[in-house]
Design a protein around this ligand. Structure first.
Ligand code: SF4
Length: 127
């Protein structure tokens, strides 16, 4: 059976409406309609074959003025791995000071992708 999916391209703010149709006669096995640029075609095919997402979240932090440090994946990771990544991220606790871009978890679940801090967090003065 031919599969066909409608989706919104999230690569840029234009948000093109894509239709991705399975097409065994084309080189990539899929035809993409509605994309205003080539990146939309790549996105549409990836969504059908190996959908990925950036994962913005937080980890526990000690010795800082707030209790959670914002972090994210350095690159998109397979959507199917997000729940397992969150299990690991939820077990991690770091200590201030942290600088934006610091690696908080290296190569999470062997994806080749690091979890990095998305802001600086100073150490609070201990009295
Ligand atoms: S298809 Fe191209 S122009 Fe349209 S939303 Fe995707 S990246 Fe932007």
């Amino acid at each position: 059976m031919m599969s066909r999916r409608e989706m919104i391209c999230i690569v840029c703010p234009q948000g093109c409406r894509l239709t991705v149709i399975e097409d065994n006669t084309s080189k990539e096995n899929y035809e993409v309609i509605g994309n205003k640029c080539p990146r939309g075609k790549v996105y549409g095919i990836e969504e059908m074959t190996n959908p990925t997402r950036m994962l913005p979240t937080t980890v526990a932090i000690g010795k800082a003025f707030i209790k959670r440090l914002p972090v994210r994946t350095e690159y998109p990771i397979p959507k199917a791995m997000i729940a397992d990544c969150m299990t690991i991220i939820n077990r991690v606790a770091v200590e201030a000071p942290v600088k934006m871009g610091d690696i908080i978890i290296q190569n999470i679940l062997n994806t080749g992708v690091n979890i990095i801090a998305t802001r600086d967090m100073d150490k609070i003065l201990e009295l």
